[in-house]
Design a protein around this ligand. Structure first.
Ligand code: ATP
Ligand code: MG
Length: 418
């Protein structure tokens, strides 16, 4: 038997209802706040991710599914959505009609990491991006949306973590302080961090190796090196969050795993997912559009881990699974032919109707109706055809009544929609 690929998964009926409900809630929340859906390809030129996410990040160094297509061009299954959405914004010049664009997407991402609970090689994200607004108020709004979404999905124990990563103006000063610090603890760092130390010292702060984490506990913090503008922006963000009643943990060590962030970076973390504590992450990336060859337009956004939301959501799949409204228990060729006709017509009316397509006995059909959880059964045997009225049985109260055959569709609609 051929099994699915390690780290990939099927989302089966009985589980998919939770995913559908989350997607519905997320889409309606984002659309209420003016976001429009964008659909982007699953594959892009590898160059796009290298240039945006950064050559020295874990994603680009070791997690991407990259391969030459049949002509030899290097392509990559998207590991995240921001790069593609930026590419689309630039390529289609979405900024010419209005630089301010609020876009979202829902779909699969691919990263070849070690599979474990809450970590897959094909996983799903709900991603939102806002282009064209420099104000930190938009960052606040994004955090507000994430907190609201968690609340609407009955997810408890979430905490917003927040940091500022500064800007090209203040970062060089921080970078040199960090480089000095890293030299002083270099014998405690892993081989990856030793290499990153020269090329991209900020990445060292994101290392998950416990010995590196311990060595970095006393590392300098970006927050202590912010320029006046970045400081004012960060203070405004934290004050506005407080006004909205959103409690935030200022987390000096939060740097995120992608290179393009500037100023505010945030994560929604939970204590209920073990090691995989981040449910969502995001932040501002004011220079990325320009670096990708587009206009100098600021931007900010977030990505939610859909799989982790589904794990945490206080939703009960069995409450969401749709059961049939009606089972048509028909006997004899004439009854079955009439029933088949009704199954089709009732389906068009939005009434979920099932029947048995074989020659089962009435008893077997009643058993099946019960197993499927049908609210009503309509019985149509030789006797009912003779008298010209079918019997309807309420499976819960066990009450029975009859409906004349010519009135079946209207009669059933009335019973089900009452
Ligand atoms: P982590 O620290 O858990 O590796 P990340 O910083 O790599 O997360 P992002 O790139 O910011 O994650 O993606 C946003 C969200 O997508 C994460 O907060 C997480 O919920 C989810 N996510 C990331 N990688 C995976 C994965 N391999 N499987 C499932 N969900 C994931
Ligand atoms: Mg990761």
């Amino acid at each position: 038997m051929i099994q699915l690929i390690r780290g990939f998964k099927d989302i089966l009926p009985g589980e998919v209802e939770v995913w559908q409900e989350i997607e519905k809630v997320a889409r309606s929340l984002l659309e209420d706040f003016g976001f429009k859906e964008i659909r982007i390809p699953i594959m892009e030129r590898t160059e796009l991710f290298k240039r945006s996410i950064g050559e020295d990040t874990d994603i680009v160094e070791k997690e991407m599914y990259t391969f030459p297509d049949r002509k030899g061009d290097l392509v990559t299954l998207r590991p995240e959505a921001t790069a593609s959405i930026c590419r689309a914004y630039i390529q289609h010049k979405l900024y010419t009609s209005d630089p301010v664009q609020k876009l979202y997407m829902v779909g699969p991402m691919f990263r070849r990491e070690r599979p474990q609970k809450g970590r897959y090689r094909q996983f799903y994200q709900i991603d939102a991006e806002v282009f064209g607004v420099q104000s930190g108020l938009v960052d606040v709004q994004l955090i507000f949306l994430l907190v609201t979404l968690c609340a609407r999905l009955n997810i408890q124990d979430v905490e917003a973590h927040l940091n500022s990563l500064g800007c090209p103006q203040c970062r060089p000063r921080f970078r040199s302080a960090l480089t000095d610090f890293l030299s002083s603890v270099s014998e405690k760092l892993c081989a990856d961090c030793i290499r990153r130390r020269e090329r991209n010292p900020l990445r060292v702060l994101d290392c998950k190796v416990p010995s590196c984490r311990a060595a970095l506990a006393t590392a300098p913090a970006v927050l202590d090196y912010l320029c006046d503008d970045c400081r004012a922006d960060f203070d405004a963000v934290t004050e506005t969050l407080a006004h909205l009643g959103i409690t935030c943990v200022v987390d000096k060590q939060l740097v995120r795993g992608l290179d393009y962030y500037t100023r505010t970076a945030f994560e929604i973390q939970t204590t209920s997912l073990g090691a995989q504590s981040a449910v969502a992450g995001g932040g501002r990336y004011d220079n990325l559009l320009k670096e990708l060859g587009g206009p100098a337009i600021p931007a900010t956004g977030f990505a939610i881990g859909f799989d982790r939301l589904a794990e945490l959501a206080g939703l009960n799949a069995s409450d969401l699974v749709q059961k049939p409204d009606l089972f048509l228990a028909a006997l004899g060729p004439e009854g079955r032919s009439l029933a088949f006709n009704w199954v089709c017509k009732l389906g068009l009316e939005g009434i979920r109707t099932e029947m048995d397509f074989g020659n089962s006995s009435l008893k077997a059909q009643m058993k099946r109706a019960d197993k499927l959880g049908c609210a009503y059964v309509l019985i149509l045997g030789d006797n009912e055809i003779k008298t010209g009225a079918a019997i309807v049985r309420d499976m819960q109260t066990k009450e029975q009544f009859s409906i004349p055959l010519p009135d079946i569709i209207q009669g059933i609609k009335k019973v089900i929609r009452q």
